[in-house]
Design a binder for this molecule. Structure first.
Ligand code: DQQ
Length: 486
């Protein structure tokens, strides 16, 4: 791969930054948040994203744009949408989607003006390099009059029978989050039908869905329908959630509801699309876990998750797996054969070390106690991030209490429910990319996290059993190549 000029500049400028990921997508500098407009078009994957060219903070949101043929190596393209003074998006081009309108790439997004968001449209006639905004933006001038809304923005658009349908994210005052359903013949004139679904902010099980739903996404998956939302409440971003159920007569009947990823705001505002092979692929925004000042100092903020393949698990939940294309990043490989893991000390694996790793590990846990793997471990163990299965509590834990000696970075643990069947091994698929950690467990749960070790020698990998002996069945690790390297 030849390096373009921007990629070379980026490499030089951030060469000494120990936290900047090497194979996750992010812009050359400044701020990134939600993935937008995901579409597979003429053999190329297009990834748009919320982008602030003015600095590493949320503000003056544009649509950044990148393209890839393999979902792994990305090429930056010119900014796609710029806020335009005097128009419906003068304060920002917020999140939205791309659709194929009979051969014309068309974006539906939230124009932000005076603190309110309205649906806007833009088209491209040159293969998505430049975009023309609709002269009558916003194409939906106001929310439905009779609804009392907390917030109102974000879009998912699909073709069904002879019409276009759209959901907008919202919250109903005194009730909960909502996805509002619209219909259109031409994407430019929309009729409000009804809420597809309204949440209940007073209900806390199986999960709480907040007072407003950002970035709704709605699609068919293996004969069922899935609604994903991002749970918002009084300005706080909580987590992304999935609901699985049936879609009938323009209503949705969810039966299963769960957090999509247990890393909370580190997998937020996800959006998915169907590629030419019919795969449903999702990306999410990996929020920083360090303060605003540290983000300003570093010159960048926000990372795109790895692309993940969606399927339904045997428990009826939505399951995410990294796409197989990521194997192209694999470099030097080490295999560690089976060993017993006595309860107590961490077993350092000297052959496995680094901060850009893929690890596939299989462990046989005991019926009680905890076992797992440690990454970004300093030789004295003072810095370490522990990824543990707790057999008593039936939980998968990313323990960040010792991840960094910089106490200004997030230190809370991320916890996912995980019950292994008797004799079912713990299978972890781990992607470590400096400050980014994506953990997939047993084709069931995912935890995305951020860690900011301060020491240059926090590169070790170890095994750990606590309270009861466990056994390593096998461990394969690869050094992963940077996507920006020649
Ligand atoms: N980010 C966008 C909004 C969306 C939020 C603004 C979710 O459209 O609701 O940058 O992170």
């Amino acid at each position: 791969m030849t390096l373009d000029k921007t990629a070379r500049t980026e490499q030089r400028r951030f060469a000494d930054d120990p936290h900047r990921p090497r194979y996750h997508f992010l812009p050359e500098e400044n701020w990134l948040n939600d993935p937008n407009g995901l579409i597979h078009w003429n053999g190329e994957y297009h990834l748009f994203y919320q982008y602030n060219p003015a600095g590493p903070f949320h503000g003056t949101i544009h649509w950044g744009h990148a393209v890839s043929t393999d979902l792994v190596h990305w090429r930056h393209l010119p900014v796609a949408l710029v806020p335009e003074p005097g128009t419906a998006d003068e304060d920002g081009c917020w999140s939205g989607v791309a659709v194929d309108d009979n051969g014309v790439p068309t974006l539906i997004y939230s124009g932000n003006r005076d603190g309110e968001q309205r649906a806007c449209l833009a088209i491209s006639n040159d293969g998505m390099l430049t975009w023309q905004k609709h002269p009558n933006n916003p194409v939906i001038p106001a929310p439905p009059e009779h609804l009392h809304l907390v917030q109102y923005r974000d879009h998912t658009v699909w073709r069904e029978d002879d019409a276009w349908y759209q959901l907008m994210g919202a919250g109903l005052e005194g009730e909960g989050g909502a996805a509002l359903l619209y219909r259109s013949q031409d994407l430019r004139s929309w009729e409000f039908l009804h809420p597809l679904l309204v949440g209940d902010a007073q209900r806390f099980t199986p999960i709480w869905t907040g007072t407003m739903w950002e970035c709704p996404d709605f699609f068919a998956l293996q004969g069922r329908h899935v609604l994903t939302i991002s749970v918002w409440d009084h300005g706080q971003l909580h987590y992304s959630a999935a609901m699985v159920g049936d879609y009938r007569d323009y209503h949705f009947f969810p039966e299963v509801e769960h957090k999509l990823d247990y890393g909370d705001r580190h997998f937020y505002a996800p959006q998915s699309f169907t590629d030419a092979q019919g795969r449903r692929i999702i990306f999410g925004w990996i929020h920083e876990g360090r303060g605003a000042e540290a983000q300003l100092q570093s010159g960048w903020s926000g990372v795109m998750s790895l692309p993940r393949l969606l399927s339904l698990g045997t428990d009826g939940q939505v399951c995410m797996q990294p796409v197989p294309e990521l194997e192209a990043l694999r470099g030097e490989h080490t295999h560690t054969a089976a060993i017993d893991m006595p309860a107590g000390d961490e077993i350092v694996l000297p052959a496995v070390t680094g901060d850009t790793l893929e690890v596939l590990v299989e462990l046989a846990p005991a019926e009680s106690g905890r076992c797992g793997i440690v990454v970004r471990r300093s030789p004295d163990g003072a810095e370490a991030t522990r990824i543990l299965y707790d057999a008593t509590q039936h939980q998968l834990i990313v323990d960040r209490t010792q991840s960094s000696q910089d106490l200004a970075t997030d230190h809370n643990a991320h916890v996912a429910p995980l019950s292994l069947r008797p004799d079912e091994p713990l299978r972890l698929h781990i992607f470590l990319d400096r400050s980014v950690l994506e953990v997939f467990a047993n084709m069931r749960e995912a935890i995305t996290s951020r860690i900011y070790p301060t020491r240059g020698d926090s590169l070790g990998v170890a095994l750990l059993a606590e309270g009861a002996q466990a056994r390593l069945v096998s461990l394969d690790a690869w050094q992963l190549r940077s996507t920006w390297e020649a």
